[in-house]
Design a protein around this ligand. Sequence first.
Ligand SMILES: Nc1ncnc2c1ncn2[C@@H]1O[C@H](COP(=O)(O)OP(=O)(O)O)[C@@H](O)[C@H]1O
Ligand SMILES: [Mg+2]
Length: 431
Amino acid sequence: MSLLGKLTDPLFAGAARARQRDFLEAAMAGAALAAVADAPVSLAERHTLDQILDSVDMLRAVEVHVAVAVFDGYVDAIKDAPAGARAKALAAVAALSGDAVLAPLLLRIATALARADGALTGPVQEEVTAIAAALGLPPPAPDGGPFLDSQPEGEAPVTIVLGNEKGGTGKSTTAMHLAVALLKQGHRVASLDLDGRQGTLSRYVAHRAAFAERSGDRLPMPRHKCIADSNARDRDEALACDRDNLRHAFTETADCHFRVIDTPGSRSCLSHLAHAHADVLITPLNDSFLDVDVLARIDCDRREVQGPSPYSEMVWAQNDQRVGAGRPPIDWVVMRNRLAHIDARNSREMRGLLDQLAKRLRFRLVQGFGERVVFRELFHRGLTLFDLPEEGAAPRAPASHLHARQEVHALVHTLGIAALGLGQQAMRAKS
Ligand SMILES: Nc1ncnc2c1ncn2[C@@H]1O[C@H](COP(=O)(O)OP(=O)(O)O)[C@@H](O)[C@H]1O
Ligand SMILES: [Mg+2]
C-alpha cells in the first residue's frame, strides 16, 4: 500500500477510538458535576460545552446530540438523587485515573465548565477538587489555572508563534520577516525569542540595530525580548519560573498589536506555554519527506505512517487548553520552506502527503519560500527582504530578491485572513 494510502487508514483514530466511549462517559460526567455544583446549568455553561464538543479532538468525532444526552443524563440524575448520582459520576471520572493524556484533559474540561460562570471559588472549586482527586491529579489553582493571565479578547496583541521541534527549518528567519512586514504596515510589534540558547532572533535584531546605526537608515524595530529557559532543577519550580518570565514579557508587550514568538527546535516548557497562546501557529517545514516526521511518525523504510508526532500531540494538547479556557482554537499553518526549483515530482508527492496530513491534523498548508541564498546574506545585516529597494528603485534589486519578496508578501497575505483581521481589531481597541 502506498504512503498516501496508508494515511487514509484510520491510523490516528485507532487508539483514540478504543478509549473514546470511556472518555465521552467520563468527560460528560465531570462536566455535569462541575456545571451543577453552583446552580442549574447556565447558558454560559451550555455554550462552553458546545465549544468543547466542537474542538476537543476526542469528542469531535461523537455526534453532538449523543454527547449532550450523556451530559443531560448525569445532570438530571444529580438533580434527582444528588448523593448516589454524584458518586456514580465520580466513579465514571475515576475510570480515567492514571491516564497521562486523558485525565488532565478531562480535568481541563471540568475546570472550563466550572469557570464558565466566573471565578473558581466555593462549592464549584470543591467539586473540581473532588474531580481532580478522583483522577489522581492536583486541583487547579483557584484563579488562573494552567493559563497565563490574559487581556480580554480584542485588546490582547495577536500572538503568532513560530514552532516545530526541528532546527534549521526557517522559524527565526520567518519570525523576523513577519515582524518587519507587520512593522512596515504600521503595527506595533513585539518579537520574543524563546530560543535563548541559539538566540538567532535576538542576534538578528541586534544586527539590525547595528546596521541602522552604521548606515544612518531609519529601520523599524520590534520591541524585542529574549527569555531563557529556567535552570531550576525541580520541574515544578522550573515551570513556575518559565511561566512567570513569559507572563512578565507578555505584560511588557501588552500594548503591542502583534507578538511574534520564535521558539527552539526542541522540546521546551517555554515553547509549550507559548503554543497555548498562539492565535496563529506557523510551522515551517523543510520540503523533504524526511522532515515530515515533525508532524507525523513515518517509518521511511516501510513507508508507513505510525501516528501523530509528539509535536502534533503537544499542539493538540495546547489547543485543548485554549478551548477549555474559552479561547478560539489555534489557527495552525504549516509552511513549506526552502522549496526546490527542480525536482517537480518530489514536490508533487510532498504536496499530496501534506494535503492528507492537513485534513488529519487540521492545519492549513501554505506555500513558503524557495531555496534562496539571500536569506543567509540578510541575516548578517539584520535586514529582511522588505528592507531592500522596491521594484524600479535605484539601485536595482536583483530579480531573485524581488521574487523572494513576493513569496514573503504572499505568506503575509495568506495569514492576513486570520491574523491581520484580529490585529486591526486590536488596533481599534487601543487607538
Ligand atoms: N528559504 C530559504 N532559503 C535558503 N536558506 C534559508 C531559507 N530559510 C531559512 N534559510 C536558512 O536556513 C538556516 C536556518 O534557518 P533558521 O531561520 O535559523 O531556522 P530555525 O529557526 O528553524 O532553526 C539559516 O541559515 C537561514 O538563513
Ligand atoms: Mg531558530
